[in-house]
Write a protein that binds this ligand. Structure first.
Ligand SMILES: Nc1ncnc2c1ncn2[C@@H]1O[C@H](COP(=O)(O)OP(=O)(O)O)[C@@H](O)[C@H]1O
Ligand SMILES: [Mg+2]
Length: 271
């Protein structure tokens, strides 16, 4: 288990893990339009019961994301490199649609091109993510970057840089037909957790600023192709790193609170 849990009694430890899981799942799925509240998300995950009148898909999505978090912790606790099949397994957890569609593969790279509209001043421009034929090559470079950053991550600044870089590169490539945002917000945390810190979670209320950061970066560097370096550097990546730094506060505060409760209980300091 990550270092931020060190020195905490079992019950406090279990509570902080659950709190982080609920907030991470709720924040990340709400960013994508999930209608469950934080309380409903926790209820569905913990009780396995449904919330009357809410879409089945929203229930499946939060349960799948919570499973995805467990898989991320497994990657953190395991020795050895993270591989393509780790990402495919995670995608299968996150993408819960039961309808089989050969053009929308679950647990495999996308088969069809995808893109998004970006509003640039007064203009609306179409931005195309990596072409399906370029994804394999780009994602091999992305996995190399992930495994390199995991090995070279030594403190808070390194962990933050690794998270922002991996998150940005993942959504810029957009290797899956869907689920790219939730995947990025999960796997970019592997080096953060491995370095002993709680996960960075993008607050749902900052959705506009978050998408603005990603759009500015994408517009500035253009669409990726197989020749691209996995993460061209520019000022917008630095701005995104700062955005991620602010987003980190929520989980760091939760851990500080857990440590305060532990100190009060024991009447002494914990590391
Ligand atoms: N202009 C952009 N450039 C790069 N990534 C973007 C841009 N706009 C949105 N995104 C990312 O794409 C995600 C949505 O992609 P999608 O595959 O539907 O993921 P999910 O199903 O998890 O929502 C957003 O959450 C965000 O992370
Ligand atoms: Mg989506």
């Amino acid at each position: 288990m990550p270092n931020f849990l060190n020195g905490l009694d079992t019950d406090i430890r279990a509570a902080i893990i659950a709190q982080l899981r609920n907030l991470w799942t709720h924040g990340s799925t709400a960013l994508e339009g999930n209608s469950l509240t934080l309380g409903e998300t926790a209820f569905v995950i913990e009780e396995g019961l449904t919330v009357s009148g809410k879409p089945l898909k929203d229930h499946e999505e939060v349960v799948g994301h919570a499973r995805g978090i467990d898989m991320v912790y497994d990657m953190v606790n395991r020795m050895g490199d993270i591989t393509e099949s780790d990402l495919f397994n995670l995608h299968q957890a996150v993408q819960t649609s039961v309808i089989y569609d050969v053009y929308k593969p679950i647990g495999h790279w996308k088969k069809e091109p995808n893109g998004t509209y970006i509003i640039d001043g007064d203009k609306q421009v179409f931005f195309e993510y990596a072409k399906p034929d370029d994804v394999l090559c780009l994602m091999n470079k992305w996995l190399d970057l992930l495994n390199t950053l995991i090995r070279s991550c030594h403190g808070r600044d390194d962990a933050l840089t690794a998270y922002a870089s991996l998150h940005m590169a993942f959504v810029w490539i957009h290797p899956f037909f869907d689920g790219n945002g939730r995947m990025a917000r999960l796997v970019a945390n592997v080096p953060v957790l491995k370095s002993g810190f709680p996960p960075i979670m993008i607050p749902k209320q900052d959705r506009r600023d978050y998408l603005l950061c990603l759009s500015r970066y994408s517009l500035n560097v253009g669409s990726p192709d197989s020749q691209s370096t996995v993460l061209p550097m520019n000022e917008y990546l630095i701005q995104f790193r700062e955005f991620c730094n602010k987003s980190w506060k929520e989980s760091l505060d939760l851990v500080d609170e857990a440590k305060r409760i532990q100190r009060e209980r024991k009447g002494l300091s914990v590391v």
